[in-house]
Design a binder for this molecule. Structure first.
Ligand code: PLP
Length: 233
């Protein structure tokens, strides 16, 4: 792709940042007796353009996350022409009327949080003949403005996803409240997942991904520590 790999003086050192984040993940994994390879680093590219994404791709990274369907649809088809093996994760709130687009575009969906969305995704997966693994998002802080099923209703939603909708449920996801100590939220999510027999745990962002790995994260979603602050040049 033209222009990829060209960095301006003000651009963050993306390749170095990726290497450092990978090292931190590996150290946190080993500290708890886990294999670094068991943790997937999702490089979150929301608000960043093809130049920064290209730098990460040229540095060998292949797993990315976006939080809005429309933004991802604008950016990723062109990038994928050159990097067909790039894997794209949907990590943001998903409207039911975007389910078809999400199933077509994303390889993993982290934000299943209500029956209506589960039903819409299930229907579109049958139509498309494509079954991207799904995470059920849990609102561990029970915040009114945040997506996710409350912890007390998670088991019922997971059961419905499995039996009623036949969704490929891979695990649970959470975004702890910004002002809270994250570890109790990660521990709660890990405990819920264990009880529900789910192996996947999508938790941890730039500020807390090492804590998340120590508490069992299988997928960490890191943006700022790789690409710099969003909205910067
Ligand atoms: C933006 C975002 C991230 C990445 O956040 P950083 O703090 O920039 O690492 C992770 N998860 C979700 C759901 C996000 O929307």
């Amino acid at each position: 792709m033209k222009g990829l790999g060209v960095e301006q003086g003000t651009s963050p050192p993306i390749a170095e940042n990726l290497a450092r984040v990978r090292q931190s993940i590996a150290a946190a994994a080993r500290a708890t007796g886990r294999a670094p390879g068991d943790i997937t680093l999702i490089a979150v590219t929301k608000s960043h353009g093809a130049d920064r994404i290209g730098t990460a791709l040229h540095a060998g990274h292949r797993v990315f996350g976006e939080n809005r369907v429309q933004e991802a649809e604008r950016k990723w088809p062109a990038i994928r022409q050159d990097f067909a093996d790039a894997e794209l994760h949907m990590i943001g709130h998903l409207q039911s009327n975007k389910a078809a687009d999400a199933v077509a575009l994303f390889d993993v969906i982290h934000s299943v949080d209500r029956p209506k969305l589960a039903a819409a995704l299930a229907k579109e997966m049958v139509k498309a003949g494509r079954r991207p693994p799904c995470f059920v998002q849990v609102n561990t802080g029970e915040e009114a403005q945040k997506g996710g099923v409350v912890p007390g209703a998670a088991a019922a939603l997971v059961a419905a996803c499995r039996t009623k909708y036949d969704l490929p449920v891979a695990g649970l996801m959470c975004i702890p409240p910004a002002d809270d100590e994250p570890s109790p939220h990660f521990a709660l999510l890990a405990d819920l997942a264990r009880r529900l027999g789910l192996a996947g745990l999508s938790m941890g962002m730039s500020g807390d991904y090492e804590v998340a790995v120590r508490l069992g994260a299988t997928h960490v979603r890191v943006g700022t520590s790789i690409f710099g602050p969003r909205g910067s040049p």
